[in-house]
Design a protein around this ligand. Structure first.
Ligand SMILES: [Zn+2]
Length: 366
């Protein structure tokens, strides 16, 4: 994440803090100072905020360690003013595993609150209007904070842990995409109901409204990304690659490229040596700009761009799509694994077409 810097690395996971988090610290300290608590009040508030976020880090490590139990690594955790974000390599697809990973974060806060409750013997009741920056014992506030984290994170809506718990429960007896859609709808329903409740009671709180909006968007996003993953799942490169394409030899002139460009709908042309090996790609964009600069007599070898990444027909489409999007070529060469000859091209348009065909066939079967 941009504008974040490393605090420390623990058990292979980097803990980073976002620059805006420092703004929060300064804001809280100045608020305490200005409200008449003086310098010691300002320091005390800052210490409390840092302790609060230490609990957030521990919560995230709950997820991280549970995920590691299933062989999933977490490269980093970033602290933002709104909470922590653990970037897991992937979420487990098995419902029971997702359930454990999702619940392990809030479980850490349950443990911290219980330890304070039993150890310090505090008996205070949490209520929504609790003032964490007001006067009051350090441990009481810390216990309340951990209870709030449990309640907040267990709201059954994406991207909260509760949303994942709900999806895992649904996914244990229904298809993953249907479970995701259902969990996302419930999350959006909750966000809308809370907003409506605030409107009807004239108790509109900007912070809660912002959270509702955030939940509403995130739930839709989660559903959409699972749909897309599902659409390309089980598809291979060979199912979506373009096999009927024209190519150019390295010594061809730009005018030959122009001829091909105008003759059909293909926009980018692979440049092949005599053995069918890929030399590079002449893209429409490069062709047109070189034409204006150097004229039609220029050879394509001087204008083509190298396309170092390639894929094979049997590779998974989802992975190839990532390689294609990361490369600076508009088409990913598909090479024959036996002799390295170019046998196909993978383009975004062709993948789009393959997905449309698949969707149509699925509808026919349903
Ligand atoms: Zn969590």
């Amino acid at each position: 994440m941009k504008w974040s810097f490393r605090l420390f690395t623990l058990a292979g996971t980097e803990v980073r803090v976002h620059a805006t988090f420092l703004l929060l610290l300064m804001f809280v300290a100045s608020q305490s100072y200005l409200s008449g608590q003086g310098a010691s009040g300002a320091v005390g508030s800052m210490v409390f905020i840092i302790t609060m976020f230490a609990c957030v880090v521990l919560h995230e490590f709950g997820h991280v360690l549970a995920a590691r139990g299933y062989g999933i690594r977490t490269p980093d955790i970033t602290l933002l003013p709104i909470g922590g974000v653990a970037r897991l390599e992937r979420m487990p697809r098995k419902p029971s595993e997702e359930f454990v990973v999702a619940i392990s974060g809030p479980l850490v806060n349950v443990i911290i609150a219980s330890v304070i409750y039993l150890g310090v013997g505090i008996n205070a009741v949490f209520h929504p209007g609790y003032n964490f920056l007001g006067a009051g014992g350090f441990f009481e506030k810390l216990m309340m904070w951990n209870i709030l984290m449990v309640v907040f994170n267990l709201i059954p809506a994406f991207p909260m842990d509760g949303g994942r718990v709900l999806r895992a429960i649904f996914a244990s007896f229904m298809e993953y995409t249907v479970a995701t859609r259902r969990a996302a709808t419930i999350g959006q329903g909750i966000a809308m109901m809370v907003t409506l409740y605030m409107l009807l009671n004239h108790t509109l709180q900007p912070m809660i409204l912002l959270i509702c909006f955030f939940i509403f968007m995130a739930a839709g996003q989660e559903a959409a990304s699972v749909m897309q993953q599902e659409a390309t799942r089980n598809l291979r490169v060979r199912d979506a690659m373009l096999t009927d394409f024209r190519s150019l030899p390295p010594d061809a002139a730009l005018r030959d490229g122009v001829e091909l460009l105008l003759a059909g709908t293909q926009q980018d042309f692979p440049v092949l040596d005599t053995h069918g090996g890929m030399q590079g790609m002449l893209t429409r964009h490069d062709l047109i700009s070189a034409l204006a600069e150097k004229g039609p007599g220029q050879t394509v070898v001087e204008v083509m761009r190298p396309c170092p990444s390639s894929t094979e027909p049997a590779s998974e489409l989802t992975q190839a799509l990532e390689v294609l999007n990361a490369s600076n070529c508009p088409a990913l060469p598909v090479l024959d694994p036996a002799d390295g000859r170019l046998i196909g091209l993978l383009t975004n348009e062709n993948i789009g077409e393959a997905l449309m065909v698949r969707a149509a066939l699925m509808k026919l079967r349903a």
